[in-house]
Design a protein around this ligand. Structure first.
Ligand code: ATP
Ligand code: MG
Length: 745
């Protein structure tokens, strides 16, 4: 095991100084890939190994649960005893604190956590009756207002007093009223939402100093990664936690602040020295991640932001490959281009795991997935509709929630008709009225449906439902998570319902099997009840879902990663493709309407994307893009110009062409024709199979030994032209055309 000093020798000088920082506030501010996260982990290991700090007194806050788990693992490799660290996201930390001490501020035991969809369900229910909120207002709009208010620690009263008369098109009084009603309904259902995990913890710390003191004992040394993306509420939480011992070390990069739309405030990191005048500041100036050419492109880009703190970031690595740009005719050929390169690089020995495709919005993933599927490249999609967002999973978890929290009306309304149990909309409306009048839950109303004559007809149905839930509630206390979930699926009649649904039901049944597996695996790592499992499931962020999905048997071990640039924050891949570098996508349409600050945020996002690449970076755009069901001519992103030519534009075969040519198809080489003209086959548009065997990709061919196959990728020209062909018999093969003896199929 390394001794304390050995550890620091694995860092550069400034990193080592930061990692050796013992007490008091400190700020590590540096560009992408400069080793901020690495320094943070080493600092933790050094605190334990060298300064003898008890791991039970160390807290590290990261952006995702996955990052937290990785950090714990990395620290444990560096020093023994690091397993006992408290590493989590702000939200997970909030859950842990509120589960332990929430009762001090009136939270009832067994509260449930409402996710985004639950919030929408609840808002749908209340917003119709609020004056000033018209039928064309979506629950999402209101949710956006509420979430932002919470991230700024604003109460409904605060919202009512903002200077703007309208907020997202809604009168501020109406927005405040929606907020008020939403809060009271949520409270009645013994639920809290994501925002509350932070704001309620802040309230707890402010109202009950004794609790703060207790929690501070477990957080004498506090670390926050990605500090540039904290919002006001998280800032306040951090400030309170650090207020006693003042051992707070934060790391971040203002150029990577990309969550303004969720209330993140770049000012938090810029003001750190104001808040802590005695803070030590460490600036890291060397990038260890990216090849020099990738880094130059990134630096060029970000220099265009006016509002920025200038930093130095010098490459440690060699030049490496040029950055490549390709403009495809449309989204589909963009996808095919990416697929070809993936295949080619895989053929050269790269693992699929080493490659990632990044995009601006989840909606872009579908076309890419299809391109990859056509040539059988394994892919894992991070974000989008994740495992825990699937209907059947949410249904079963709603049963589970209602079992442990009978007040959860949102859950009840979700599942009372799945499967059908003869409780119609009219009956439900009556039950709801009765519950509201009597100040009880919907489940209590069900239990009393007959006795209290709430329903004239069919009152036994709700009573039976209440009895089912009573039984499940007992089971929740008696069984472990996986056995309990199995009971829910069975006793509720849910499995029977799916069994009658044919093909689609079959897929859903398999997903439910997977849920039981997930609960089983969770129990192997955790010692907790179904309530704890539900907390963890609710807190899985879209990035954490990656783990869930890779464990899912449908996803192969080795796969290319597809995700948004937002989700890629903090990660790195040897090969990165950034697709859709077009006006309206990157920068996004929404940002274009926001003016300069919107553009600057998008530029930071692109900067995050570029700096994920370690060795190779490909940028692509399409000339025509289908969006919202319509195909429109697309324009290159303004950000491409800003790279000042620090990339090579290539045609589908990898040949470098002139960037200014509007399209590679119109491009004609001005240099004297090469001895072999197959490079310009695409321009001449001759049939590929008659023009001296010049392939374009996609052709069906036959090989004397491997049989029928399809050309996936083409590289080189003339005698050196190589093709990658997929043969169902043997898989992908790379062949020199000249010798391959291929014939058209
Ligand atoms: P980001 O801003 O993207 O979060 P970061 O500043 O947190 O980046 P890290 O992820 O910590 O950077 O480091 C980037 C890469 O460089 C990692 O692979 C890391 O192991 C490597 N690295 C950092 N510092 C050193 C070093 N001193 N020696 C060797 N490798 C290093
Ligand atoms: Mg990092």
């Amino acid at each position: 095991m390394s001794s304390g000093t050995d550890l620091l020798s694995q860092l550069n000088e400034t990193q080592a100084q930061a990692a050796d920082h013992f007490t008091g506030p400190a700020l590590v501010i540096a560009g992408a890939g400069s080793g901020k996260t690495r320094t943070l982990v080493y600092r933790i290991a050094h605190l334990i190994g060298h300064y003898g700090v008890d791991p039970g007194e160390i807290l590290a806050v990261t952006f995702t649960n996955k990052a937290a788990a990785e950090m714990r693992e990395r620290a444990s490799h560096l020093v023994p005893g690091a397993g006992g660290l408290w590493m989590s996201t702000f939200h997970s930390a909030g859950v842990r604190i509120l589960r332990a001490y929430g009762e001090y501020i009136g939270l009832k035991r067994g509260f449930v956590i409402y996710d985004d969809d639950d919030q929408l369900d609840l808002l749908k229910e209340i917003m119709g009756s609020i004056p000033g909120i018209g039928p064309d207002t979506t629950p999402r709009t209101i949710r956006g207002i509420l979430d932002r208010a919470k991230s700024h620690l604003m109460t409904p009263d605060d919202l009512e007093r903002v200077p703007e008369v309208y907020i997202s098109g809604i009168p501020r009084e109406s927005a405040a009223e929606a907020y008020r009603r939403y809060e009271s309904r949520k409270k009645a259902q013994n639920a809290i939402d994501f925002g509350d995990l932070i704001t309620e913890t802040v309230r707890l710390f402010k109202e009950v100093p004794a609790v703060l003191d207790k929690v501070q004992n477990k957080a004498r040394f506090i670390h926050v990664d990605e500090y540039q993306d904290t919002n006001k509420a998280q800032y306040e939480l951090t400030r309170l936690l650090a207020s006693r011992d003042r051992n707070l070390l934060v790391v971040g990069d203002p150029d990577q602040s990309i969550y303004k739309f969720r209330g993140a405030d770049i000012q938090n990191i810029l003001d750190f020295q104001k808040d802590y005048p005695d803070a030590k500041v460490y600036m890291l100036e060397h990038n260890y991640r990216s090849s020099a050419r990738v880094l130059t492109a990134a630096n060029k880009l970000i220099e265009n932001n006016a509002e920025r703190l200038e930093k130095t970031l010098k490459p440690v690595k060699e030049d490496g490959h040029p950055v490549h740009f390709h403009r495809a005719t449309d989204g589909r050929s963009e996808g095919d281009f990416v697929a070809e390169w993936l295949t080619r690089l895989h053929g050269e020995g790269r693992s699929w795991n080493d490659m990632a495709i990044l995009y601006r919005t989840n909606a872009q993933s579908r076309v890419l997935e299809e391109s990859l599927r056509r040539v059988q490249i394994p892919a894992k999609i991070v974000g989008g509709v994740g495992f825990y967002d699937r209907r059947e999973i949410r249904d079963i978890l709603a049963y589970a929630r209602l079992s442990i929290n009978p007040a959860d009306d949102v859950a009840l309304r979700r599942i009372v008709g799945r499967p059908k149990r003869g409780i119609g909309d009219t009956a439900l409306a009556k039950l709801m009225d009765w519950a509201r009048m009597n100040g009880t839950s919907l489940l209590t109303a069900c239990a009393n449906a007959a006795e209290q004559n709430i329903l004239e007809r069919g009152a036994n149905k709700p009573v039976e439902f209440a009895q089912l839930m009573q039984g499940l509630s007992d089971a929740a206390d008696a069984y472990g998570p996986s056995a309990f979930l199995r009971t829910v699926m069975d006793a509720s009649g849910y499995l029977d319902m799916l069994r009658q649904e044919g093909q689609e039901g079959q897929i859903r049944l398999e997903n439910l099997d997977e849920l039981i597996n997930a609960a089983e695996e969770w129990s192997q790592d955790n010692d907790g009840t179904i309530a704890d499992f539900l907390d963890d499931a609710a807190l899985l962020s879209s990035v954490d879902d990656m783990r869930t999905k890779t464990e899912n048997k449908d996803v192969p071990e080795e796969a290319v990663t597809l995700m948004t640039m937002h989700n890629a924050k903090g990660l790195e891949f040897p090969v990165v493709f950034i697709v859709g570098t077009e006006e309206g996508l990157l920068p996004s349409r929404g940002a274009l309407t926001e003016g300069p600050s919107g553009i600057e945020e998008e530029r930071r996002l692109f900067y995050v994307g570029i700096t994920r690449a370690m060795e190779r970076l490909f940028l692509t755009a399409a000339e025509n893009r289908m969006q919202y069901g319509k195909t429109n001519a697309a324009e290159d992103s303004r950000f491409l110009e800003e790279l000042e030519g620090h990339f090579d534009t290539i045609d589908p075969y990898g040949q470098v062409i002139d960037y200014r040519a509007k399209s590679w198809k119109q491009y004609r080489p001005t240099v004297p024709a090469r001895p072999d003209t197959s490079a310009s086959v695409a321009v001449k548009n001759t049939s590929p199979l008659t023009a001296g065997m010049a392939y374009r990709g996609g052709e069906k061919v036959t090989h004397p030994k491997f049989g029928a196959g399809q050309v996936l990728a083409v590289a080189g020209t003339g005698d050196k032209q190589e093709v990658t062909v997929h043969f169902p018999s043997v898989g992908a093969k790379k062949l020199l055309v000249k010798f391959a003896n291929l014939s058209p199929a």
